[in-house]
Design a protein around this ligand. Structure first.
Ligand code: NAD
Ligand code: IPM
Ligand code: MN
Length: 350
């Protein structure tokens, strides 16, 4: 495995250090050491050099088996330019159209909802990852005046909508799941989301064993809190998927628990925790590294190393069950001590 590592900014660095430790431990156990190349891209690099990523940056990333990212975002770069190039740019340039965000509660004690537990929070979100409002088509006219006009278009293409919806159904079929829920705002967004409605119905017709339902995104956000047990697979657009997976993070005990994969099946894909760089927590040894560590498990799965992925997941579950966690989820340990605990569990696995 040749892995590019972009720790990035803020707690991205803190949590990535732990994910890297876990990958190293796994290499010791299996005898197959992953080769990691650390890329210094992030706010410091941008502020020092004026370069967000090098001219051949995306080609360089394509030459690895996978990319592991911490987080990008720094208050010294208020327009988030570097994050736009490094993170969103990679999603677009490597055409990582599937943002796979599993929402799985691994211990009842972490559930923020009354009388709910692990059986109620276990679903996956497929977020469209290459279009929507994220393409930044638009512009500002008379910027900075009281006559300013700001236009930000939402792009929905048949190809983009079809491939993410199809992926959601294929995932359900491959995993023995029987329900796919599509969320949009077609009652208000009568052009773009009419496309989602049409394509969802057309694709669903090809999967008679799967119950296809639709919810408006506002209702879905409410039901995620009130009755998350109804979901198995959710598919939605880029922006809505971003928002509801932060809710998903909370359902897993906190944003620090949530993992994700930015995928183009068969091609170099990118794995990262769902959370951001949380500048107030950066460098304080308090950030929860589990979302980053579980993202490496998603990466291992994607690369066909399911046995290794299960070892990492079990090590995380054991640490959580033992209360060996950071304070955000009720423990008393620092970031690196949680990483050490998980590393020990990985090393004792077989
Ligand atoms: P954030 O996810 O960084 O943090 C929000 C809050 O969640 C934090 O204040 C903290 O209370 C909690 N939190 C998040 N991760 C945690 C962890 N691992 N352990 C413990 N608590 C954790 O969101 P934000 O504050 O809105 O954004 C900060 C910066 O990160 C911004 O620049 C934003 O653009 C960027 N961002 C980057 C990514 C990414 O690189 N994938 C994702 C989200 C946000
Ligand atoms: C995420 C993040 C990004 C997004 C930001 C940093 C642009 O919030 O990966 O969830 O909105 O996609
Ligand atoms: Mn987000």
């Amino acid at each position: 495995m040749n892995i590019a590592v972009i720790a990035g900014d803020g707690i991205g660095r803190d949590v990535t250090a732990e994910a890297v430790k876990v990958l190293g431990a796994l290499g010791e156990v299996t005898g197959r050491r992953p080769v990691l190349e650390h890329l210094p891209w992030g706010a410091d690099h941008y502020l020092a050099t004026g370069e967000t990523l090098p001219a051949n940056g995306y080609d360089l990333l394509r030459s690895f088996d996978a990319v592991l990212v911490g987080a990008l975002g720094d208050p010294r770069v208020p327009d988030n330019r570097h994050a736009r190039d490094i993170l969103l740019g990679t999603r677009f340039e490597l055409d990582l159209y599937v943002n796979f965000r599993p929402v799985k509660l691994i211990a009842d004690a972490l559930c923020p909802l009354k009388d709910r537990g692990t059986k109620d929070v276990d679903f996956v979100v497929f977020r469209e990852n290459t279009e929507g409002v994220y393409v930044s088509v638009g512009g500002r006219f008379k910027a900075g005046t009281e006559d300013e006009v700001a236009i930000q278009e939402e792009i929905n293409t048949w190809k983009g909508v079809h491939r993410i919806i199809r992926h959601a159904f294929e995932y359900a079929a491959a995993h023995g799941l029987t329900k796919v829920c599509m969320a949009d705002k077609s009652n208000a967004m009568q052009q773009g989301h009419a496309l989602w409605q049409r394509v969802f119905k057309e694709v669903a017709a090809g999967y008679p064993g799967i119950t296809a339902t639709h919810q408006y995104i506002d209702a879905l956000a409410m039901f995620l809190v009130k009755d998350p047990g109804q979901y198995q697979v959710i598919v939605t657009n880029n922006l809505f998927g971003d928002i509801i997976t932060d809710i998903g993070g909370a359902l897993q005990g906190g944003l620090g628990m949530a993992a994700s994969g930015n995928l183009h099946p068969g091609k170099t894909s990118l794995f990262e925790p769902v959370h951001g760089s949380a500048p107030p927590l950066a460098g304080k040894n308090v950030a929860n590294p589990i979302g980053a560590i579980l993202s490496t498990a998603l990466m291992l799965d994607y690369l066909g190393h399911d046995h290794e992925a299960r070892i990492v997941e079990r090590a995380v579950s054991d640490a959580v069950a033992a209360g060996a966690t950071t304070t955000d989820i009720g423990g008393t340990l620092g970031t690196s001590a949680v990483g050490d605990t998980i590393v020990r569990a990985v090393k004792s696995a077989r």
